[in-house]
Design a protein around this ligand. Sequence first.
Ligand code: AMP
Length: 387
Amino acid sequence: MEVSLQSFRKRYTYDSQKDLLGKGGFGEVYKAYDNEDKIFVALKMTQNIANSKYNLIDEIKRFKKLNHPNIINHIEAYEVNTGSSDIHGVPIVYHVGVLEFADQGTLADLLKEKNASPRIVEDIAEDIINGLAYLHTQNIIHRDLKPSNILLFAEGEKIRAKITDFGIAKQADATAVSTQLIGTVEYMAPEFFSTGNITTSADVWSLGVMLIEAFTGLHPFGKTSDGLSNEQIIGNILTKDLSHISDGIQAPYKDIVTRCLLREISIRPANANEIKGLIATPQDAFSEKTQLISHTSIPSNTLGSTPAGGNKWFNFFNKNSNFENSGFGNDLKQFYFNSQYTKWFIIWIVINIFFLLLGKSNHIKLDVFIPFLNDLEDYDIKILFSI
Ligand code: AMP
């Protein structure tokens, strides 16, 4: 909608210095009072530069139709004609997007304060996952998911989180191959640096990085604000050992972040809807394993490291299984492949084959052969037999 500066100023009251909320890559954001609807709003403004690839009006129009409690509400878009011209005689026009105003700032602000309770962080995490799942259902890849793009709102005792800043979002159906760095390196998926082919799964990676930062207060790959160069951060994203990446995080997020940070895209959740299912469903070790075993093999160079001092049994199975880096149960995995039980189990099979060849039918019972087997949980035994 095209309006004059006068009528725009009549509707929205703000002070261009006191009410500046922040500067993004494409312009400024102000807190303003909407005199017509009697609410505070956020005004996102850019000067319309001829031939600029970024068009805020198009962006707002495109995302106005989105409707979800965890996605920022795009209220209106204006082309504000200032009535003046630049030195070349070109009229100065501002593009303004009106967004709902986040009264609690961003997740980045909250993390800086370092006093958010785990309960609040969990609520925020769930909101982000729900919002991202909705975006992915709409075939939208966010491409720049990071704490400063999560806006926070007070809702009674609770904090509501909403995803914002779709400035560089693209429709997922247009194959998004990027040749230039867009978004923030610290949250970028490894495939960005190899193929540049970005899918909804890249947002899942960024989600994992952000959740680790929110739950532990530490960025898993380091930040430029900590003094690291982009090259060092990219090096960490591509090669850092991820086997302890979820240490200190509680279920179900422990499992969720491990899955989000799978470097191999074919086994990482394809979109946030798959993550959403993991919050809702209680963790069932047996079904999880069964599900993961059907995945295709993972190239070994994409894996996290083997457990320290991993033994030959572990290495033997690791070459032939998808367990490593599957994102599921390091503890369980180590129990089977890195322990005495596997060795005894194989010796037991060899002895039984020996008896079979001798024509004796009564084989040695497993629980007699390995007395400590009685101490195991029921489902562990089931899995042991299913290998
Ligand atoms: P952006 O250009 O979207 O990156 O916004 C720059 C900064 O403005 C953000 O980091 C926030 O601090 C602030 N901001 C953006 N949108 C809003 C909003 N809807 N409500 C409150 N603050 C906002």
